[in-house]
Design a protein around this ligand. Structure first.
Ligand SMILES: [Zn+2]
Length: 542
């Protein structure tokens, strides 16, 4: 154990067993050291990272969680496009031609050496949303086979001030995320899917789209090599989309306004698009680490704790020449936390339900370790009650408040509020609900397949300094440390906030593990239908 000067464990006073902060510190510090080179997956350092995590899980009292093994293989595929043609649009008043990078980008989710979209009819599908629980289907009555969907970014009521709209107003819903739009276009059988970029609703400029979509892309390997996906997914600049819609004799503003009204019908544009590129394919393997504390009376019901072990590895050097993105906060703290939670639960004795602890890989490459786990669950999802995901705990002071990222989506809110009250804390509304943080870390791979998951964030109202101090600390991390070489371990970190975090996570997880109830999503929630379907198809579990 590291000798550590720490604050009194604020939130843990009322717990019979408290998670060990020295243990969390030791694991966090080790994983942040330079010799692990920022924990990039599938590199020479991966085995050393995995060996260390396995040893810590074992010492914390866990049993191997994958049929007697600690590791779950995560096969991935890296696809890098090249030789992109311009995108040509025919059939309108004038032929159009958009250059790759400046005006459009596209990638293949299919493992194939060449992508060729030829004379594919363009259909404007509004926001590209099919939400049966809301009675909303932008694809109603159209057959997308062979066609290319032209899709608006975000969701129909993103510009509202409040959160009362069908799509929760300014709060981001999954229907507003680009990942959803490509998934739905594939379910509709579209040949290709193109999102219209617009800086305000996208919340980032074209430069971000261009840089994120022109290099290597990473996916989980699937048995069908992604052949259930569209041939190509991409983005176009708004001006290019306006020109395209104009060539069809229509107006993008008018179509957008129509798409925001319930009952909107997709509009075939009477145009076709052609574009293509080559794909270089490289396959590799990384690993999730899985441990379990078996339950007593309900051992075939599972509560999950997850965090990602990977980070960015070697990255762009800072002014001092440091090119190791250590990921001390993101997410050595998360692995430190789940190790300390495993240890505390082991010391407290077994719970009725089993508790599963997973150190996930490839979060930074697009939630791939969790995606692979959710596609290939070791413990059936219908028997998985719920869980707690931990990503990037911040050093700093204790807060009086905590936020449920994603808002009030499920019955987990009740447990959250009860636990806060027991620990002398209070709930506060999520800051920046428009940013959709619930859809951006590993719990989401499980949530979108129906498993209710906690993703809880410390609030901004710090005991020392109040909201001003909390906001300043949050801004400092985003501006000066997030995904940079400066996300490093420091012996001077204030651990009082993380101490309260851990006590809260411990009680949330342990309560689920001792309970016999099955929290579900609220009736109008985007993940309710899939949970109900998953439960109906299972004889055990929810
Ligand atoms: Zn992270």
């Amino acid at each position: 154990m590291e000798p550590v000067a720490g604050a009194a464990p604020a939130g843990s006073a009322q717990l019979a067993v408290a998670p060990s902060i020295p243990l969390m510190q030791q694991v966090t510090k080790r994983l942040s050291q330079d010799d692990l080179e920022g924990r990039a997956p599938s590199t020479a350092t991966e085995p050393r990272v995995l060996d260390y995590i396995v040893a810590q899980f074992e010492r914390a009292g866990l049993k191997p969680g994958n049929q007697g093994k600690w590791l779950q293989e995560v096969p991935t595929v890296e696809i890098t496009g090249s030789n992109h043609s311009p995108m040509t649009v025919s059939g309108g008043a004038t032929p159009l031609r958009f250059s790759f990078g400046d005006q459009y980008v596209a990638t293949s989710y299919r493992v194939t050496p060449q992508t060729r979209v030829e004379n594919s009819p363009l259909v404007f599908v509004g926001y590209g949303i099919n939400a049966p629980e809301l009675g909303w289907n932008d694809y109603a009555g159209v057959d997308m086979k062979g066609k290319t969907a032209v899709i608006l970014v975000n969701d129909p009521d993103y510009a509202m001030d409040g959160q009362d709209g069908l799509f929760k107003g300014r709060r981001m819903t999954y229907y507003g995320r680009w990942t959803y739009k490509f998934e739905e276009a594939a379910r509709q059988g579209a040949a290709a899917a193109i999102i219209v970029h617009d800086t305000f609703p996208a919340a980032y400029g074209w430069n971000v789209v261009n840089s994120s979509w022109t290099g290597a892309q990473y996916y989980v390997q699937t048995a069908n090599d992604g052949m259930d996906q569209t041939m190509a997914n991409g983005w176009v600049q708004k001006a290019a989309a306006e020109a395209t819609v104009g060539a069809a004799g229509k107006d993008l503003g008018a179509l957008t306004a129509a798409a925001q009204i319930k009952g909107f019908k997709a509009v075939p544009l009477g145009l076709t698009a052609s574009f293509g590129f080559d794909n270089a394919v490289r396959k590799s393997t990384s690993h999730n680490v899985v441990g379990i504390l078996p339950g007593t009376t309900r051992a075939d019901e599972y509560v999950l704790y997850s965090g990602h072990w990977d980070h960015l590895g070697r990255c762009t050097p800072d002014a001092t020449g440091d090119d190791i993105c250590n990921g001390a906060v993101d997410n050595a703290t998360g692995i430190g936390a789940i190790t300390a939670l495993a240890d505390a639960n082991h010391r407290a004795g077994p719970t009725a339900r089993s508790q599963v602890f997973i150190a996930l890989t490839l979060e930074e490459s697009g939630l791939l370790g969790s995606e692979y786990y959710a596609q290939n669950p070791i413990y059936p999802l219908a028997q998985t009650v719920g869980g707690v995901n931990i990503d990037a705990l911040a050093p700093g002071g204790s807060a009086r408040d905590y936020m449920m990222t994603g808002g009030d989506k499920s019955d987990l809110t009740t447990l959250f509020n009860q636990t806060l009250a027991q620990q002398g804390l209070r709930g506060s509304p999520e800051a920046e609900p428009e940013k959709g943080y619930y859809y951006r870390s590993d719990h989401f791979s499980l949530a979108k397949r129906g498993v209710p998951m906690f993703y809880v964030d410390r609030g901004l109202d710090l005991i020392a300094g109040g909201t001003a101090a909390g906001q300043a600390a949050a801004d400092d991390y985003v501006q000066n440390r997030y995904h940079a070489p400066s996300d490093e371990w420091s012996d001077t970190w204030d651990w009082s906030g993380m101490t309260t975090d851990l006590a809260l996570f411990y009680q949330l997880g342990r309560s689920l593990a001792e309970s016999s109830t099955w929290p579900n999503w609220h009736n109008t929630d985007e993940f309710r239908a899939i949970r109900d379907k998953s439960c109906a198809s299972s004889t055990a579990g929810c």
